[in-house]
Design a protein around this ligand. Sequence first.
Ligand code: GLN
Length: 193
Amino acid sequence: MYKIGVIALQGDVSEHVDAMRRALGDKGIVVEVRKAGEIPECDGLVIPGGESTTISTQLEKGGMVGELKDFVSRGKPILATCAGLVLVSSTIEGDSRVKPLGLMDTTVDRNAFGSQKASFEADLAVEGFETPYRAVFIRAPVISDLGRAVQVLARVEDKIVAARQGNVLCLAFHPELTEDRRFHQMFMSELEA
Ligand code: GLN
């Protein structure tokens, strides 16, 4: 049985808990993670969408930053979506309020799509998927630069919206809001690796 933790400090936590429960089935359980000491007990983690400024502050206050770094260096998988993609980066363009965790060698632009295009859906051609993936974007960030260890999985126009670096998978959109579970399966295959 796998134990998957959803970082539950702010954001769309319950949607992620439900989606991960459906994806895991009888292979594991999903718990909400709120304080230090809970991260090391998980086999995999989700960092949800929400406000990256708020989640960043809460992670710092809660003494969870070191545990997250340690979790990744132990090879455990993380699924980071939207604000999560911002948090796992190593650099954030023009914004000092969010302290990036440096779990991926990426630079992130939090407002790449601008306010006019705050929310939209797009069919993505995803590396390794045989058919397009319908993605829901909500005030989505993008990866504007990346190191060689990072594999690009999908783009919108020419903007990078899905990528992985080893055991960290990040998505600018919201896989918890649709029924297509292929990114959850990708995350779960890392659990079994
Ligand atoms: N742009 C938001 C942020 O940087 C993320 C939006 C979201 O998670 N839906 O916090």
